[in-house]
Design a protein around this ligand. Structure first.
Ligand code: NAD
Length: 445
């Protein structure tokens, strides 16, 4: 049998593509060597958010006096948190399996290897069987990057994010190498559960890709709370839990290394003409690679390593494959992102610095989150910040950057504005429910 589409990788890109193509009546085979759901569901977004929620409950309970609440004996059970996390993940994975079954998509559990591509037929080997397809979609994701630092390899004290998520017990202390998204979310988790945390970041600031003013608020708060955050600090070597950086030695029971991720390209060797760009698969606006009928979506493209980008890429790619009219495209200028620190950071569109580097004249609007009544009611002692980047010529909203809970829940309203090029006068006509923190997007106008 020849399939219409063979997909390697069952993460957000792979399962979204499989569902969409199967729904359109096409024969689809999806290969996954681990569990459906990929990194996001099994060892990324969902397990971290489950654990972070547990940590937040504990932290809030122990810091509730400011709301007039005293809890006498607050304790947490990390084992129970882990158990709950596993159940959440299991249910979501089962849900994906069910959805693919409902669409009669063939799911093969095993490691797929491309063996050839000739005359628009791709042959794939998995578990000793050969599968043929007209179209191939590569959704193989990414893995944690291990930097070439002396003493890092085979060091039993070193964890990556997958090890940290699987650990049965909390570390007594931890050094986190890399103050990016993964590093700061784990710093939040461990700090809220009482673990001493040191973050070592090579750049002049943590979360270097975000708005610096927003990040500074987090940095000040976390340092005041006792998280040791070292910036402009390069790790030179490791010896067990001893980390030498900028000539100083820091020590902890565990060292979590979170310095970025790299595209997974194994099993694709037969596609020797596949064009790469900075170690990832190069794609066009429809996620097509340079090879006919071969598409790539998600982290393996190295575009923006976010689950919601992966699933959107998959929708666009399958739309292209099915020759949908009109063809969809991805609004890369309006991809929201969230860092689940406490407070959360959420942003969409360009920052002030990016506008400057692109020579776009902008007006920058700024407002503390305390202008929202709901924020005041629920965020004692916090100020937060909302920044809006507006095109100085046509007054369209180009970017929004916020810090303050729960900004992750309303950044999508800002995404609508950026995606559709709404202007400030158009935004002024939108009614926001009162009292909600989302009103900040109206107040700021
Ligand atoms: P990242 O690129 O976000 O951060 C890596 C950080 O490590 C950077 O700040 C970098 O300057 C620093 N660094 C690099 N080498 C270093 C060194 N030798 N010493 C000290 N610091 C060093 O990568 P990540 O945090 O590993 O996350 C990987 C990917 O996963 C990212 O694309 C991220 O967006 C995604 N992710 C997203 C979420 C979310 O959306 N909430 C959560 C987790 C991960």
């Amino acid at each position: 049998m020849q399939y219409f589409l063979a997909i390697i990788g069952g993460g957000p890109a792979g399962y979204t593509a499989a569902e969409k193509a199967s729904k359109a009546g096409k024969d689809v085979v999806l290969f996954e060597q681990n569990a459906l759901g990929g990194t996001c569901l099994n060892v990324g977004c969902i397990p971290t958010k489950s654990l972070l929620y547990g940590a937040k409950q504990y932290f809030n309970a122990t810091h509730a006096q400011k709301y007039g609440v005293t809890a006498a004996q607050v304790a947490f059970d990390f084992g129970a948190m882990q158990k709950r996390k596993t159940i959440v993940v299991r249910k979501l994975v089962a849900g994906i399996k069910q959805r693919l079954n409902n669409e009669h998509c063939t799911v093969v559990n095993g490691k797929a290897v491309v063996i050839s591509r000739q005359d628009s037929v791709v042959s794939i080997e998995c578990n000793g069987e050969t599968y043929e397809a007209e179209n191939l979609m590569i959704c193989t994701g990414s893995t944690n990057f291990v930097p070439p630092i002396p003493g890092i390899k085979d060091n039993p004290a070193v964890w990556d994010s997958t090890d940290a998520l699987a650990a049965a017990e909390l570390p007594k202390s931890i050094i986190i190498v890399g103050g990016g998204v993964i590093g700061m979310e784990f710093a939040t988790l461990y700090h809220e559960l009482g673990v001493p945390v040191t973050v070592i970041e090579a750049m002049p600031t943590i979360l270097p890709n975000l708005d610096p003013e927003v990040v500074q608020i987090l940095l000040d708060k976390y340092r005041k709370a006792g998280i040791n955050i070292l910036t402009n600090t390069k790790v030179e070597s490791l010896d067990g839990g001893k980390v030498t950086a900028n000539g100083e030695v820091y020590e902890a029971e565990r060292v979590l290394v979170s310095v970025g991720r790299r595209a997974n390209l194994q099993g694709l060797e037969a596609l020797n003409e596949l064009e790469l760009e900075r170690g990832a698969i190069k794609i066009d606006e429809f996620c097509k690679t340079n090879l006919p009928n071969v598409y790539a979506c998600g982290d393996v493209t190295g575009k923006i390593m976010l689950a919601h980008v992966a699933s959107r890429q998959a929708e666009v790619a399958v739309g292209r494959m099915l020759k949908e009219i009109p063809l969809q495209r991805i609004a890369y200028n309006a991809i929201p992102s969230v860092v689940y620190t406490n407070p959360e950071i959420a942003s969409v569109g360009i920052t002030e610095a990016q506008a400057e580097s692109m020579s776009i004249p902008v007006e920058v609007k700024k407002l503390p989150m305390t202008f929202s009544g709901r924020f005041m009611a629920e965020n004692e002692g916090e100020t937060g910040l909302c920044k809006m980047i507006v095109d100085a010529k046509n007054h369209s909203v180009l970017g929004v950057h916020c810090i303050g809970n729960p900004c992750s829940e309303f950044i999508s309203a800002a995404s609508f504005a950026v995606r559709n090029g709404y202007t400030v006068p158009e935004m002024q006509q939108v009614v926001f429910p009162h009292p909600t923190v989302s009103e900040i997007l109206h107040e700021i106008l």
